[in-house]
Design a protein around this ligand. Structure first.
Ligand SMILES: *[C@@H]1O[C@H](CO)[C@@H](O)[C@H](O)[C@H]1NC(C)=O
Ligand SMILES: *[C@@H]1O[C@H](CO)[C@@H](O)[C@H](O)[C@H]1NC(C)=O
Ligand SMILES: *[C@@H]1O[C@H](CO)[C@@H](O)[C@H](O)[C@H]1NC(C)=O
Ligand SMILES: *[C@@H]1O[C@H](CO)[C@@H](O)[C@H](O)[C@H]1NC(C)=O
Ligand SMILES: *[C@@H]1O[C@H](CO)[C@@H](O)[C@H](O)[C@H]1NC(C)=O
Ligand SMILES: *[C@@H]1O[C@H](CO)[C@@H](O)[C@H](O)[C@H]1NC(C)=O
Ligand SMILES: *[C@@H]1O[C@H](CO)[C@@H](O)[C@H](O)[C@H]1NC(C)=O
Length: 692
């Protein structure tokens, strides 16, 4: 008989085909495997949803539907978010609810908003918070979050309480310190503080790194009682025997992190099944939820879908959304996996299958994947070689399931080498005769067989076409409500909020970090760049550009200096080493450097201004020359440094400390030249200095 290996063919098994195929059995008689804890996405760690917030409402709602709406798209079960700590946490900085010990605010950043949007669509979605870093005051001068564990526990539980009080959000899970050392006395202090404040139902996941906490759990019954699930990052589908023997639920509490093309989709399909098949992991959370950060920032595009153009409304629903749907739309938190060899396992010729059953054992969902090695590589860890071949399998339903006569079929095949993707298509139901049906499996396929009659491939009209960042761009921040984050400005160090000042400036953006935070990344992090704040905008690809901004350094707790910059070539954890063209203004001088850290001065001259005064800084890069201006007078005209050839526009401060910015202006070079030549006719500062 002819076998079609490239398309799904379900044939009722005649005696003759039995010889061709091996059986995979789904049987409840041996009992159930572990409880399924869900599939999730991670917003933050960091600033990965930055650009989403500023989308036009219509497209933003569509995107949120693709992510969270049940029976529509990824229909996620878990939303994990960063508990902002004013630190760079991969693609930017997220705001802490307590920049300083003497204040707190639960309206900052975008994670509150995102959690509410998720809950609005799916009231059953579980929420999970985890810090990447902490504001500096938590360390009491040490830059460790564990120097006073009750202080840190208080700080974290305040965030959980703020979620409840200000947003009516229940935080289901809380973690320790992302991919950084855990401290057992802190975990105990956290549990005690949660209990004391009425959050007995907020469960602790530890420790969001590898499996090493398993041995501590084995040795310490009190700790064992506290840890609800062991969360491991990038487990490569394998769990540690020590972790298994704790009896705790095991989670891939951060995974994926792979560019969201078809190989990314293949990675996601393989790990969603095999994290349980190989490693008994019952939850898998994608870093990140949505790639919504500027082009060329680290791990660009490593989300379930992409939305990087708030100005155009363009977004792209990528393959991982539909791969998620194969599981998320047909199995839910509280369902159970079947046991290995009676509903969970590897396919005879490569690939894997999992069977999931609802709590009353009346519904069965089977997810099968046949991802080939090269088409399912994840960013990490390395994937050992293996083979997958086209195959015919007999799906054999036993026990309670043997009475099933038909299952609904959802089918995807990732298209490589020019082949078109088939994504989450509903096929004709598959018939079972005496509990048996044959399935012909090709390569790079995901197939869901389910008794569930729900499920939908959600669709919206094509979003508006892609557009570059709109120039000229001016921003006076008047349309934003404090303490919103400035739209389109992606803070990399320090933390910026729209702030209302008395007087003519009205809304400005203010840098609010007063001291170096307890960092997550970047070696000694901002300290390496002399505790500078950095806030980027536009595109990593910008070459010639004009950037100007009003600034003031407040008298109380002010930063020592402010800068504008062009061609800034780094964001993320390495941003302390960013190169570009930086014009710093200090009360007594200006300095032009080729890097954020100010390791080499290209040009300097004098200035005279005081803290508490507003001034305007400008920088024009055009045709091989750079001109700087202060209060609309030209400061210098020099040759553009050879490198970098392109980069973001930026503003920032020279040390932590308050600084205000207003009337940000970004234009293309020709308009910038017109502005600069007007300045030429004003009294030139540098002329005055050089000819006096
Ligand atoms: C630890 O922090 C708490 C506030 O959360 C404070 O009451 C206590 O005095 C601090 N302990 C020390 C040793 O600083
Ligand atoms: C808070 O959320 C719960 C569901 O979690 C809902 O039942 C309740 O109505 C909400 N309360 C308010 C004031 O919105
Ligand atoms: C997988 O990729 C490797 C490295 O690029 C290549 O050598 C190998 O031939 C590929 N395998 C298949 C089956 O395409
Ligand atoms: C940055 O600030 C921290 C404390 O806030 C300090 O320990 C460190 O030395 C500073 N780094 C530089 C380069 O000034
Ligand atoms: C920026 O340049 C890179 C490399 O040439 C390119 O891949 C990317 O698409 C460009 N991004 C934008 C937004 O133009
Ligand atoms: C300035 O810092 C001090 C602590 O060093 C603090 O008490 C005060 O509230 C701060 N003022 C402002 C405006 O930030
Ligand atoms: C800057 O210097 C270049 C090269 O000397 C010159 O061509 C250009 O006109 C100067 N621009 C201004 C605004 O002075």
């Amino acid at each position: 008989m002819a076998m079609h290996f490239t398309t799904l063919v379900a044939v009722v098994c005649a005696t003759v085909c039995g010889a061709y195929s091996q059986s995979i059995v789904f049987d409840d008689a041996p009992g159930m495997g572990r409880q399924f804890d869900g599939i999730g996405g991670l917003s933050g760690g960091g600033a990965t949803s930055k650009l989403l917030v500023n989308y036009p409402q219509e497209q933003r709602d569509q995107i949120l539907d693709y992510l969270f709406k049940p029976n529509f798209g990824a229909s996620l079960h878990i939303l994990k978010v960063e508990i902002g700590g004013d630190v760079q946490s991969t693609d930017g900085t997220e705001a802490s609810h307590m920049h300083n010990s003497w204040e707190e605010n639960y309206q900052r950043g975008y994670e509150w908003w995102l959690m509410k949007e998720a809950k609005k669509r799916n009231p059953n979605i579980k929420l999970y918070g985890l810090p990447w870093g902490f504001p500096g005051w938590i360390g009491q001068g040490t830059r460790s979050p564990y120097v006073n564990v009750s202080m840190t526990a208080d700080y974290i539980v305040r965030w959980i309480n703020g979620a409840k009080v200000y947003h009516n959000l229940t935080i289901d899970y809380v973690g320790i310190w992302n991919e950084r050392p855990y401290d057992i006395s802190y975990i105990k202090a956290l549990r005690a503080t949660l209990d004391a404040r009425g959050f007995q139902n907020t469960l602790v996941i530890a420790a969001d790194e590898k499996w090493e906490i398993a041995t501590d759990i084995q040795a310490d019954p009190a700790l064992a009682k506290i840890v609800h699930a062991i969360g491991c990052h990038y487990p490569g589908t394998l769990s540690d025997p020590d972790a298994v023997s704790t009896g705790k639920q095991l989670w891939a509490s951060e995974d994926y992190s792979t560019f969201n093309d078809d190989v990314g989709g293949g990675c996601w399909a393989r790990i969603l099944n095999q994290n349980y098949v190989n490693g008994l992991m019952t939850a898998t959370i994608s870093w990140n939820l949505i790639a919504s950060y500027y082009d060329n920032l680290p791990f660009y595009g490593d989300g379930l879908m992409t939305a990087v153009e708030p100005w155009s409304g363009n977004y792209v629903v990528e393959t991982p959304i539909w791969v998620s749907a194969h599981t998320t739309q047909f199995a839910f938190i509280g369902w159970n996996y079947l046991k290995h060899d009676s509903g969970v396992g590897k396919l005879p010729k490569g690939g894997s299958y999992v069977g999931l059953v609802n709590p009353t054992w009346t519904e069965l969902t089977i997810v099968i994947e046949t991802m080939t090695h090269n088409h399912s590589l994840c960013v990490r860890p390395p994937l050992p070689a293996y083979n997958v071949e086209p195959q015919v399998v007999t799906v054999s339903l036993a026990g309670k399931f043997s009475s099933i006569t038909e299952m609904n079929v959802w089918y995807s095949k990732l298209g490589f080498d020019g082949a078109k993707d088939i994504l989450f298509e509903k096929k004709d139901p598959i018939k079972f005769v005496n509990g048996k049906a044959q399935l012909s499996l090709g390569l790079d396929e995901v197939i869901t067989l389910t008794t569930m009659t729900t499920g939908q491939k959600g669709v919206y009209p094509e979003p508006p076409p892609s557009q570059p960042f709109p120039l000229p761009y001016t921003e006076d921040f008047e349309s934003y409500k404090p303490p919103q984050e400035p739209p389109n400005l992606a803070q990399q160090f320090g933390v910026y909020e729209v702030t209302k000042l008395p007087g003519p400036h009205g809304n400005v953006i203010r840098q609010l970090s007063l001291q170096a935070p307890i960092v997550w990344c970047g070696g000694s992090g901002p300290a390496d760049a002399g505790n500078k704040s950095l806030n980027i905008a536009g595109s990593r690809n910008w070459t010639d550009i004009y950037v100007a901004v009003d600034f003031q350094l407040p008298v109380i707790n002010g930063s020592l200096g402010a800068f504008v910059a062009a061609r800034v070539d780094e964001g993320g954890c390495e941003a302390f080493a960013a190169h570009g063209i930086f014009l710093f203004a200090f009360p007594d001088r200006y300095i032009v450097t080729n890097d954020l850290a100010r390791t080499k001065t290209l040009k300097e001259g004098s200035l005279a201004f005081e803290a508490g005064e507003w001034h305007r800084l400008g920088l024009l890069v055009q045709d091989g020359n750079v001109q700087g201006s202060f209060d609309n007078k030209i400061l210098f005209n020099m040759t553009v440094p050879a490198l970098p050839v392109s980069g973001f526009a930026a503003i920032g401060t020279d040390t932590f400390g308050l600084a205000d910015f207003d009337n940000l202006q970004l234009t293309g070079p020709s308009e910038g030249r017109k502005i600069m030549s007007k300045h030429l006719h004003s009294k030139s500062l540098y002329f005055e200095k050089e000819h006096h």
